[in-house]
Design a protein around this ligand. Structure first.
Ligand code: C2E
Ligand code: MG
Ligand code: MG
Length: 804
């Protein structure tokens, strides 16, 4: 029996060691780099490739070692055993690689894979020798084999542990050292295994004089070597490519991470079932919560409840793969509400949605600006009420709804009577205060029955919905009239106003925005014509009166040019002597088709349109021309009273225009008396200024219709006026109404206390005249003396009276 030993080809041994190292390195590369970075099949693939490379290398080592012996006998191989050896080698590698590449290697795994790989490695040289077919017979002692296998297994456990430690450390050579260790472990075990075999030789052949490798095995070995080297080269190439790829990937990841961390918008990362995975700094800033708190919060708690549904729906769409953009509101930790815009994007990995990113932008300021703008676009700045635009929108909506439900609605148009007067006389700030107070009272009067809006200027409107009946609309309109009739206290002054209201009902008076608005407006004008401070329901005939009104307005504009105006004069008599001391000029309009139009009808219209200014100046000039003429005739110098309208009186250059007329007509100013009404003197300072200017011209001033206005008597003291004209309504009822009697008596004595003359208007009877005389009234005027007369007639009247 001959023991197999120490006679081998040294080159082959060196070559086999190199192949073992290259194969181990290649296998490790694949396992550590690619398999560790992959999952599922791709991990298996890389592990498989690694095991194949390493196993093939180890197998080649085994047969190189066998071939390295110098055999003297002819040797062939049993190729099924050769293949089995290859399988065992690959199996050993396959046992080792997953364990080396694992991050954490548990002792159980270390013992199992290291031990099994060791047994397989120990089995390799025996299998290799068994594959030989020759006259030599290897002899194995089972005891020795198992002893050997145990030692190799123990060695492999240690090697695996060390290799695993090396691959864990981050140094560049970790793989080389681990590969050398594994390669050395395989080569050594194969070498020792081969060396431990004993052989029996049948004849006297010289065992080691012949190189025993067969041609086929050489081919296999060559192929295996090429395979291992090829794979090693491929690995180096792939490794470079992979590294570059990894670097790029890493850079991209870092860029994305940087975008995520430092984005000015808050970014939240969710799992598919809505669990918060991560959030950036901006998210903490936005919500006011730290990460720890935010993580544990139920996110519904920080979403404003009205948006829960929206947020859920959009989240589901994103889980289904769609990006979504929507607005919502969050609740800051402090309880503050934040308006936000959200963008949901699906997180895709290899085509699969694995999560959701929500990018949240704080748009509170923008939203507030939008609301503000929207509010401003739909509300009146002064009163805060809805404006015309919003009112019309609401009306259109209401029409559609009421139409569907078959219910009725009502539109009320309200216009403050003589608002202009307040505005012009008291100043715009008081006018504004008044409008605000009117808005408040309107809202109080309407309550929840409808919407109150300001359409502009002194026009308000009310929309009553919810099946409102005619009677209810009427009750509300009456309530509004009543409320507004109570004087307003503005800046310490009582201001009294009234309003005219027009009502159009849906559907009978109109079923569209335009028709309802137009008809309510018409009804409002009709209420104004009916004496103001009242309400009127729309009816078809009103369109005619509106038309008439528009026509009258047009004709009024032309009347002055056409010379259709003329003046009549009503004498004023001194009560004590019965002498005519003056006349009041009263305007008349001789309309081409309508005949004589009363000033009560056209003066308000002329006021509204501003036509009163040229008409008033014409009246003043005409009266002055006549008075001046009279002063040179038998009639003699006579006081001429001329009525002024508020628009005239309040125009800035009024005093100058009077001065001009006086100068141009040559009228002695002391004969001119200007009649103003109490309402014109509401702006006390301004009135005093104008009155003083007029007084310096030398004209006198009377307060007309005294007692009907709301001016405070105390102001009379400060006004440079000469006369009070007691309104005819008191004079008319003096006899029947003791109240009126005492009012007249009081006015007379008050006026005298203030050194003012008193003129009683509308005196129609002798008893009225007597009573006034008893009370010491200075002058009177009225049908009892004479109706207003044309110039020629008044001259005759005066001359006749003088002759009496
Ligand atoms: P007024 O200034 O108070 O004029 C007195 C009004 O009473 C006149 O009405 C006159 O015809 C009427 N009248 C006089 N005596 C009696 C009487 O005994 N009984 C009755 N029932 N009425 C009497 P008239 O002319 O229709 O004028 C109405 C108002 O029109 C005037 O009231 C005045 O405010 C205004 N007006 C008249 N002419 C002018 C004018 O030239 N300019 C301006 N701005 N207003 C004028
Ligand atoms: Mg008058
Ligand atoms: Mg009067």
């Amino acid at each position: 029996m001959i023991e197999l030993q120490s006679s081998y080809n040294a080159t082959m041994i060196v070559l086999s060691c190199m192949i073992a190292a290259i194969a181990s390195y290649t296998g490790l590369s694949m396992a550590l780099q690619y398999a560790a970075a992959s999952r599922g099949r791709s991990r298996l693939f890389w592990l498989g490739c690694g095991a194949a490379a390493m196993g093939t290398g180890v197998w080649a080592v085994c047969f190189y070692e066998i071939s390295a012996y110098r055999w003297t006998v002819g040797i062939d191989y049993d190729y099924s055993m050769v293949v089995l050896t290859l399988v065992v080698a690959i199996a050993a590698a396959a046992l080792l690689l997953p364990s080396v590449s694992r991050d954490r290697l548990r002792t159980r795994e270390l013992l199992a894979s290291g031990g099994l790989a060791g047994v397989a490695a120990a089995f390799l040289p025996y299998a290799g020798l068994h594959a030989m077919r020759s006259s030599l017979h290897p002899r194995f002692d089972a005891g020795t084999f198992w002893l050997f296998a145990t030692v190799v297994a123990a060695a492999f456990i240690v090697v695996l542990w060390i290799a695993h430690r090396f691959q864990q450390s981050r140094g560049p050579k970790r793989k080389v050292i681990a590969a050398l260790l594994l390669g050395a472990a395989f080569t050594t075990s194969i070498h020792v295994g081969l060396a431990s075999a004993t052989w029996t030789l049948p004849g006297e052949a010289d065992l080691f004089s012949w190189n025993g490798s067969s041609a086929t095995l050489s081919f296999f070995l060559g192929f295996a070597t090429l395979f291992v080297i090829g794979i090693a080269l491929a690995t180096i190439f792939i490794e470079r490519f992979w590294k570059a790829q990894m670097r790029r990937q890493l850079e991209r990841d870092m860029r994305i991470e940087s975008l995520f961390r430092h984005s000015q918008d808050a970014v939240f990362s969710y799992t598919l079932d809505g669990k918060l995975l991560d959030a950036n700094l901006a998210a903490f800033r936005l919500t006011g919560y730290e990460w720890e708190t935010l993580r544990q919060l139920n996110l519904r708690e920080i979403i404003s409840p009205e948006y829960h549904h929206t947020v859920t729906v959009n989240f589901k769409s994103t889980v289904a793969g769609q990006s979504r953009n929507f607005d919502a509101a969050l609740l800051h930790r402090s309880g503050r509400r934040l308006e936000v815009n959200n963008t949901n994007v699906p997180v895709l990995v290899e085509g699969q949605v694995v999560g959701v990113y929500t990018i949240v932008r704080d748009i509170t300021e923008r939203k507030q600006a939008e609301w503000q703008m929207n509010y401003m676009a739909h509300h009146d700045e002064l009163t805060g009420l809805p404006n015309r635009r919003l009112f019309e929108q609401q009306l259109v909506k209401a029409i559609a709804e009421q139409q569907q439900d078959g219910q009725s609605a009502a539109v009320l148009f309200l216009d403050i009577d003589r608002f202009k007067l307040v505005n012009d006389s008291q100043g715009h700030d008081v006018g504004d205060l008044l409008l605000r107070s009117v808005a408040d009272r309107l809202s109080d009067a309407v309550k929840n029955a409808g919407i109150v809006a300001r359409l502009g200027g002194d026009e308000f409107s009310v929309l009553l919905t919810g099946g409102i009946a005619r009677e209810e609309a009427q009750a509300i309109a009456a309530r509004i009239n009543r409320e507004l009739d109570i004087p307003f206290s503005l800046r310490g002054k009582d201001v009294h106003i009234t309003a005219s209201i027009g009502i159009a009902l849906f559907p009978e008076d109109g079923d569209s925005l335009i028709s309802l608005m137009k008809n309510a407006d018409t009804a409002m004008y009709s209420a104004k014509d009916n004496g103001k401070n009242t309400f009127n329901f729309y009816d078809l005939s009103m369109n005619d009166s509106l038309f008439e009104r528009v026509q009258l307005e047009n004709e009024l504009r032309k009347a002055l040019d056409r010379g259709e105006f003329f003046l009549v004069y009503q004498p004023q008599v001194e009560l004590a002597t019965g002498k005519v001391v003056g006349v009041e000029a009263l305007i008349r309009w001789q309309h081409s088709s309508k005949g004589l139009v009363s000033p009560a009808e056209f003066i308000p219209l002329a006021e509204e349109t501003g036509m009163i200014v040229p008409i008033g100046e014409w009246a003043l000039r005409t009266a002055c021309v006549l008075a001046r003429r009279w002063s040179h005739t038998k009639v003699g110098p006579l006081r001429m009273s001329v009525n002024l309208s508020s628009r005239q009186f309040l125009s800035p250059d009024f005093a100058e225009s009077v001065e001009r007329v006086v100068r141009e007509t040559g009228m002695p100013p002391e004969l001119l008396d200007l009649e103003i009404t109490e309402s014109m003197t509401m702006d006390v300072n301004r009135s005093i200024e104008t009155l003083n200017q007029l007084k310096t011209l030398g004209v006198s001033i009377s307060i007309d219709d005294f007692g009907t206005g709301y001016s405070s008597l105390s102001y009379l003291k400060s006004f440079p006026v000469d006369r009070l004209k007691i309104d005819q309504s008191f004079v008319r009822q003096m006899q029947s109404d003791t109240n009126d009697r005492s009012i007249v008596a009081t006015i007379i004595s008050l006026a005298h206390n203030l050194n003012l003359h008193v003129v009683a208007e509308g005196v129609e009877t002798a008893s009225q005249s007597e009573f006034l005389a008893q009370q010491g009234c200075d002058e009177m005027q009225g049908y009892y003396i004479s109706k207003p007369l044309k110039a020629f007639d008044v001259e005759e009247f005066i001359l006749a009276r003088a002759a009496m």
